[in-house]
Design a protein around this ligand. Structure first.
Ligand SMILES: Nc1ccn([C@@H]2O[C@H](COP(=O)(O)OP(=O)(O)OP(=O)(O)O)[C@@H](O)[C@H]2O)c(=O)n1
Length: 426
């Protein structure tokens, strides 16, 4: 038994006195507290001796929290607060050992007695924390829930730990079993892995150990090299003004209801791992249950990479820049990161970045000069493909810098219509 300084309860959404004797905090919250990794609002997992669901209901009423019964039979329920969740599970056996022995890794199988401030560590989790290593509780536990294979690399990336050779060996044998795991669970772990700031080394090992192949069949050593390059570009990103767009959560629009982790930077990293063809990338991401918006963003990035890396070997001319901005839209910062990581010269990107940062720049943020309905009304063109052709011609003239406002655009269309009438009736 290891007696330690009491954990800091000040940010817990429930009072310790609300929990019965023999309640233990377990899992990531214990691990992170012991590592001194402070999270503003940690998710908490408690094990109580009895009546977990009744207790959770009582606490939900008291704290006006949401209540989700996760497993009625095994008595596990969740309190949902604005910033955090609290899971309360009933102990399986006479002692804590049964619960701890069912867990994934030894460092996650340490329990903290919240009333007496001591640790229960029957599996050697503390030693693993000291050695900064991830080691299975038992090989069978990895087979029982193969998502744990991916969790090993995700946690190693987040904690900057290593996975022990014995554990990697078991993972390599079990890797094909990841097929059995629900795609949503895989996607959540993968998103966490891709959001790690220095995760490339673990992404590489996950690939080499066969853990990525099941769900991301297009990953190759070359794509892993791209991933490394992107990670180091992001770590030394030369355009700080673009940084917020890359790192601000886009979950609100792309994955409503799912917390954090969804950033443009993480989607750029994902772009390195999926198939370079936007159609095949979409198939892979659909299987992983990414949202339509996220898939669209990755597809845009795939297309930008395949169309623009070669032209960017030279500085772009005005017309090229116009079409690059049109194709990139608000994902331009992610393209800049990807382009730099693929060796595009910074000098070729600087003028583009400056233009993009100026909301009044007519090349990066061109106004729409006329709409289809304007043409139908002004020139009595009937709605149909001809209107689309005229709009594209207007846009091309705008791209070349020949026109820049509505009167000029209308005059340009009039001229086009006249010359085509003349060519029909010379
Ligand atoms: N597939 C899983 C998921 C979770 N756990 C156990 O449940 C705990 C809580 O799980 P979770 O909250 O998903 O992960 P954390 O370890 O808390 O890590 P993080 O906060 O980084 O997600 C883990 O520590 C681990 O003991 C497990 O054994 N197998």
């Amino acid at each position: 038994m290891v007696v330690i300084q009491p954990f800091d309860f000040s940010r817990w959404p429930i009072a310790v006195s609300d929990l019965p004797a023999d309640t233990y905090l377990v899992g990531g919250a214990v691990r992170d507290a012991l590592l001194g990794r402070t999270t503003l609002y940690p998710d908490l997992d408690f094990i109580v001796p009895a009546d977990a669901i009744a207790l959770t209901k009582k606490l939900a009423d008291k704290y006006k929290a949401g209540l989700v019964v996760l497993d009625r039979q095994r008595q596990i329920a969740r309190l949902v607060f604005a910033n955090t969740t609290v899971d309360i599970a009933q102990r399986h056996g006479e002692t804590l050992l049964t619960d701890l022995s069912d867990r994934d890794f030894r460092l996650n199988a340490i329990a903290y007695d919240i009333h007496h401030h001591h640790l229960v560590d029957p599996l050697g989790g503390l030693l693993d924390l000291q050695r900064r290593q991830i080691h299975y509780v038992a090989p069978a536990n990895l087979a029982a829930d193969p998502l744990r294979l991916l969790r090993a690399y995700r946690q190693a990336a987040q904690l900057q730990f290593t996975i022990t050779p014995e554990t990697r060996q078991v993972i390599q044998t079990l890797a094909p079993q990841l097929r059995r795991v629900a795609a949503e669970r895989v996607r959540v772990e993968l998103s966490y892995l891709l959001s790690a700031v220095e995760g490339a080394a673990q992404v590489t090992l996950a690939f080499r150990d066969g853990v990525l192949a099941v769900w991301l069949p297009s990953v190759t050593e070359e794509r892993i090299t791209h991933y490394h390059a992107l990670e180091s570009t992001l770590a030394n990103f030369p355009f700080p003004a673009l940084w917020p767009a890359l790192t601000t959560s886009i979950a609100a629009t792309t994955a409503p209801g799912e917390p954090q982790r969804r950033t443009l930077a993480a989607l750029a990293k994902l772009t390195c791992l999926v198939n370079a063809s936007d159609r095949q990338a979409a198939e892979e991401l659909t299987a992983l249950t990414y949202t339509t918006d996220e898939i669209r963003i990755v597809q845009v990035l795939c297309r930008l990479l395949s169309h623009w890396l070669v032209p960017l070997e030279q500085p772009l001319n005005r017309e090229q820049a116009f079409y690059l901005f049109r194709a990139a839209g608000s994902y331009f910062p992610a393209f800049v990161a990807l382009a730099l990581s693929r060796g595009v010269a910074k000098e070729h990107l600087v003028p583009l970045v400056k233009a993009w940062l100026d909301p009044r720049n007519p090349i990066a943020h061109p106004p729409q000069l006329v709409r289809g309905a304007d043409l139908v009304e002004a020139f009595q063109v009937s709605p149909g493909p001809r209107v689309g052709e005229l709009l594209r011609a207007v846009e091309a003239a705008q791209a070349r810098g020949e026109i820049s406002d509505r009167p000029q655009a209308l005059a340009y269309v009039a001229q086009l219509l006249n010359s085509s009438a003349e060519s029909r009736h010379p």
